[in-house]
Design a protein around this ligand. Structure first.
Ligand code: MN
Length: 638
């Protein structure tokens, strides 16, 4: 009820002030009254068996002659009645109250409308919903308010004048009551607004608390059993659950979500499942509102970190969305990217605005650099684990926590992620068995990974939503097309790799270091085909893998261009981030930057100092110790 005095009429009626009488607002209905309570009434009709009285425009009933004690009333007379019974059939009966209206302590009662849950709004009904304003969009016609309650989000159209903001006092974050008629608009349920009122004071606080409680409950992730038993992974589960809770909450609060992911196989295996799960959840919250799925956007990042160019684009998009569509600023989810110091400038740029950031990544993190800028950071290195727990593996579980119904679509995805990133996870065989049971043998999984990588290369900065889903076979409705597409892309990728390697091979320089390790150098600027697949990073990686296979001994490979070098090593104990620091001191004016994993990475420098940088680099590699055992290579970011 809106009136605090009306909160406990029954208690008051039987309490100290015996003469309290409630004076109903004309708009009051049966939901505002209570049996056993006294009301001010007006006689509207006199019949043989009693008088009819109104206590509001909507609540009238009979005061039977047996209750009148012989008193008579004329139409229009005012009196105090006691509500005796509210019958199922709509009839209301009153008794005469033993209180003189002139001496009564009158308390006004405002109409407290019956609140309909957003999800229960049925086309054709007149309803009042209560919730939080999460978006306000001004169209060329009406103003569209998006109202979120504990059951969902509904669009409410209010018309003042074409293109003129209706209810200018209403702002995002306000708790409101919206009365209107439920209509169907372009397939979605929409409220045609009769009235919007902003709740205030205790009423608003109580409603906000109720909404918060309900949303907290609904944001709770679903309970799911892990796809495979894996003790190391379970250390990450509480954080993944927490992130699932946050993401679900963002959807319930109508906050857009932006996913940025590394543009490679593992990055796609991370982003596509989370996207699918979130889309499903968004659909369940915004019933039938197709436009709602646009509140989720996924984009690849070409660099292995969050570039200033990408963040500027994201920020422009977010601010544009707020200006044009009245949206909240987004929640940023970084996948297979985002854990390192190189991400800091971009994060600092976002920190000027209310844009929370969460990261799921398995690259070697710089926690002290990013910690203060992130709202959530899931990374196996923070739990004494390593890159073998790939981002795709983590995000399949994250997606299942958001929407368990996606499970059947994702059984093969951890295997694709693992092979793409050459994970040495102890459960790789189990992931491959899961994939096998779902109809994909090891060759299929390798091909999917290769095809994803190939597609990512040509997509460049595009999302490629359907294409990527079809390649990964997630959310793909045509299995045959998936197979043909993967076969075509994987074959093309392999052909391109072979052509590139055949072109560079005759120009590879080989030397044996004092440590007995093989060092291979390739000038990619002059001997590799440019602007094609594979790019310098992958070209170096493929060449390196070939040399490791050929020699079976420790190998270091450097592929370099005018102002960059890509490094890969096997069986040699390198610390690339440390080497970068040293190079910067030794080659003055070399402008050396970069890093990556300990034994795999890429560095940049200024073109004029290339020779000095490479010479110094080779010197450091020659000094590096050998590992006792040969480990196979890990993911390369290019
Ligand atoms: Mn990865």
């Amino acid at each position: 009820m809106t009136d605090t005095a009306a909160g406990e009429p029954g208690a008051d009626g039987s309490g100290d002030s015996r003469s309290v009488v409630y004076d109903l607002d004309p708009a009051c209905t049966r939901t505002d009254v209570e049996v056993g309570t006294r009301y001010r009434a007006v006689v509207n009709g006199v019949v043989d068996y009693g008088v009819f009285v109104d206590v509001s425009d909507h609540v009238s009933g009979l005061l039977h002659e047996s209750n009148l004690d012989g008193e008579t009333f004329d139409v229009g007379a005012e009196l105090v009645v006691l509500l005796e019974e509210l019958k199922e059939n709509g009839d209301v009966s009153f008794d005469l109250a033993d209180v003189d209206l002139a001496e009564a302590d009158l308390l006004a009662v405002e109409h407290d409308p019956e609140i309909t849950a957003v999800s229960a709004a049925t086309v054709g009904d007149d309803v009042t919903v209560e919730g939080e304003i999460v978006q306000i969009k001004q169209t060329g016609g009406p103003t569209i308010f998006h109202v979120a309650d504990e059951s969902g989000v509904i669009a409410a159209a209010a018309f003042e004048e074409a293109g003129v903001r209706a209810y200018p006092e209403v702002e995002i974050g306000d708790v409101v009551r919206v009365a209107g008629t439920v209509e169907s608009h372009e397939g979605a349920t929409q409220l045609e607004v009769n009235d919007v009122s902003v709740l205030e004071g205790e009423t608003a606080a109580a409603a906000a608390e109720r909404l918060d409680e309900a949303m907290r409950e609904r944001a709770e992730p679903e309970g799911v059993e892990p796809l495979v038993e894996w003790a190391a992974f379970e250390k990450l589960r509480p954080e993944l659950e927490d992130l699932a809770r946050r993401l679900r909450r963002m959807v319930l609060e109508g906050r857009p979500i932006r996913i940025r992911h590394h543009a490679d196989g593992d990055g796609m295996c991370a982003a596509i499942p989370v996207q699918l799960a979130l889309e499903n959840f968004i659909e369940s919250v915004h019933e039938g509102d197709d436009a709602a799925r646009h509140s989720l956007k996924r984009l690849p990042s070409k660099a292995p970190y969050y570039e200033m160019e990408d963040v500027t684009r994201d920020l422009n998009f977010a601010l544009g969305g707020r200006a044009r569509h009245g949206q909240k600023l987004p929640f940023l989810l970084m996948l297979d990217n985002g854990s390192t110091e190189e991400d800091v400038p971009a994060y600092k740029n976002l920190a000027h605005y209310d844009i929370p950031i969460a990261v799921v990544d398995h690259h070697h993190p710089d926690p002290e650099a990013v910690e203060d800028l992130l709202d959530a950071h899931v990374n196996p290195y923070l739990h004494d684990e390593d890159y073998r727990i790939t981002t795709g593996m983590m995000c399949v579980e994250l997606a299942r926590l958001i929407d368990p119904d996606v499970t059947d679509e994702l059984r093969h995805v951890p295997a694709v992620a693992g092979l793409s990133d050459r994970s040495k996870a102890e459960v790789m065989e189990e992931f491959l068995a899961l994939a096998e049971a779902a109809g994909y043998d090891r060759g299929d999984i390798e091909d999917i990974g290769e095809a994803l990588d190939y597609a990512a290369h040509w997509l460049r900065y595009s999302e490629g939503e359907t294409l990527v889903g079809d390649v990964l076979d997630v959310g793909c409705d045509d299995h045959e097309r998936h197979r043909e597409l993967v076969e075509f892309l994987a074959t093309s990728a392999q052909q391109d790799v072979n052509e590139q390697l055949d072109a560079v091979e005759p120009h590879v320089e080989h030397e044996r270091l004092d440590s007995e390790a093989h060092l291979y150098r390739i000038d990619l600027e002059n001997y590799a085909k440019r602007f094609t697949y594979p790019a310098p990073g992958k070209t170096t990686g493929e060449l390196h893998d070939r040399k490791v296979r050929e020699t079976g001994e420790p190998v270091i490979t450097i592929g370099y261009g005018p102002d960059f070098a890509v490094l890969r090593s096997d069986g040699v104990r390198l610390d690339i981030p440390q080497m970068v620091t040293e190079l910067n001191e030794e080659v003055v004016g070399g402008g050396v930057s970069g890093g990556g994993h300990l034994v795999v990475g890429s560095i940049k420098f200024v073109e004029g100092r290339r020779e000095d940088v490479i010479d110094a680099l080779v010197g450091k590699m020659a000094d590096a110790e050998l590992d006792e055992e040969l480990s196979t290579t890990i993911e390369l970011d290019d």
